[in-house]
Design a protein around this ligand. Structure first.
Ligand code: SF4
Ligand code: SF4
Length: 447
């Protein structure tokens, strides 16, 4: 590792920078690789979320600064900002900034889902296909989210705030920056409160996000936003269905039409993902309690396109793939030691371009047209009375509290940390105040 790379990586870890697109992968790890291309994932393809667009509209220089630091660290000779063509208001400014920097360009993409899938972006930007079960580094690419690069530009300043969109059933949908550790209830109040009765929400966007009903859960560093909907909305009902229910329905209703496979973005990239075959295993299994041992779900990226768009019967092929992956994990089977790992080079499906799913069609199918609001930027500074800082806000080992009850902390102080040899990074106080509660899951600070 070069000195530039080592220093950038140290700064990212100290600042607690993690993938802000939802995954929370510690960014310092990516900075230690070698790549020809550094790609900015600005596709933001989760319908109704707007925070990446707003960061690029209001703080584009910082994102480019972060990109340049990443390029220098990994030795990339080319930086590419992948953004959807529909953001025509922002693109001219991005192109102008790109011109003033070295070897950076802007790639305009179509408005389809999932344009922001890391492997789809790599293919669109470079024409390279990430090998099955592999990562972008294997084809000379490193991919970073917009907010991640914004935070990287400010490192080693600790990540104490996060950008979020609150959209759907709230009075004034908005995108803003809030201290990490406030509750989603506070975020909804900042948007004027609920407009729907008996609300639930999807944390992280309608496609890949998780249904939640507890609005007192804290916002974390990797949070991208929530969509508030009535608990009875078909999308909430469908996403909340349990394994015994979707298995029972899937066994009786799947007609093996294979639309789920034909539209699958990873299948279209040439990876051997075949959700209809996983569904077939469900048909053959003795009942909902039986394990699914189909390997055809192992390369599923869990984008939900099959369950929420492709399947004409409204079934759950994505959840079948996720279940199969879990069941196979118990048998210690992953893609690398599966029968599908043939070493064959993937080839893009010849009609891939014609099977891209337009986001407008998807929003209609999801029943979200009436909830799809502009969510404009709101630059009000929110000062909460207390925050709850979770010890686990990233992929890897959780932090261990580094403060005691009654201790006074300043904003940016480390409140949870972990040994340097473990995957993960520290978490910081997002406000100045007194630590009132400490346990192995969180630290609570009162202003
Ligand atoms: S699209 Fe639906 S009905 Fe068709 S094979 Fe897939 S799960 Fe079965
Ligand atoms: S969720 Fe469905 S469409 Fe998406 S990658 Fe998995 S199998 Fe393919």
């Amino acid at each position: 590792m070069s000195e530039t790379s080592a220093e950038f990586s140290r700064n990212l870890r100290a600042a607690g920078v993690v993938g802000a697109g939802g995954a929370g992968f510690p960014s310092y790890v990516k900075a230690q690789g070698k790549a020809e291309f550094a790609l900015v994932n600005a596709a933001e393809c989760e319908p109704l979320l707007k925070k990446d667009q707003k960061i690029l509209e209001y703080f584009p220089e910082q994102v480019f600064d972060g990109l340049e630091l990443l390029m220098a660290a990994v030795g990339a000779s080319m930086g590419i900002v992948g953004i959807k063509k529909k953001h025509e208001k922002i693109i001219p400014r991005l192109k102008e900034i790109a011109k003033s920097r070295k070897n950076i360009s802007v790639l305009e993409m179509g408005d389809y889902y999932p344009a922001g899938d890391e492997q789809c972006l790599v293919y669109e930007a470079t024409g390279r296909i990430v090998p099955p079960g592999g990562i972008p580094l294997e084809v000379g690419c490193v991919v970073a989210n917009v907010e991640t690069l914004y935070n990287a530009a400010l490192a080693p300043r600790p990540v104490t705030e996060t950008f979020i969109t609150v959209n759907g059933g709230v009075k004034k949908p908005a995108t803003f920056r809030v201290p990490v550790g406030i509750t989603w209830r506070e975020a909804v109040e900042l948007c004027g409160g609920f407009t729907v009765k008996d609300p639930a929400y999807i944390d992280g966007g309608p496609m890949m996000g998780k249904v939640q009903t507890d609005f007192d859960l804290p916002v974390v560093k990797a949070s991208a936003g929530i969509i508030v909907l009535p608990k009875t909305h078909p999308l909430i009902v469908k996403k909340a269905q349990s394994r015994p229910v979707f298995t029972r329905v899937g066994r009786s209703a799947c007609d093996q039409c294979s639309f789920c496979t034909e539209f699958c973005p990873r299948y279209l990239l040439g990876h051997n993902v075949q959700p209809h075959r996983v569904m077939r295993t469900m048909l053959f299994a003795g009942g909902p309690e039986h394990k699914l041992h189909s390997q055809y779900g192992l390369l599923c990226c869990e984008c939900s396109l099959c369950s929420l768009y492709s399947c004409p019967e409204g079934l759950h092929p994505r959840e079948a793939c996720v279940s199969a992956k879990g069941d196979l994990r118990e048998q210690k089977v992953g893609f690398k030691n599966s029968q599908l790992n043939t070493g064959k080079k993937p080839e893009v499906h010849p009609v891939r371009d014609f099977r891209k799913v337009p986001v407008s069609k998807l929003v209609r199918r999801l029943g979200l047209d009436e909830y799809n609001k502009a969510a404009p930027w709101n630059d009000a500074v929110y000062k909460p009375g207390k925050v709850k800082i979770l010890m686990s806000q990233h992929i890897g080992a959780p932090c261990v509290p580094a403060v005691k009850e009654g201790q006074r902390v300043e904003k940016g102080a480390v409140v949870g940390d972990l040994p340097a040899d473990k995957l993960g990074c520290p978490v910081h106080a997002s406000i100045a105040g007194t630590v009132r509660k400490v346990n192995d899951r969180y630290v609570e600070i009162y202003a």
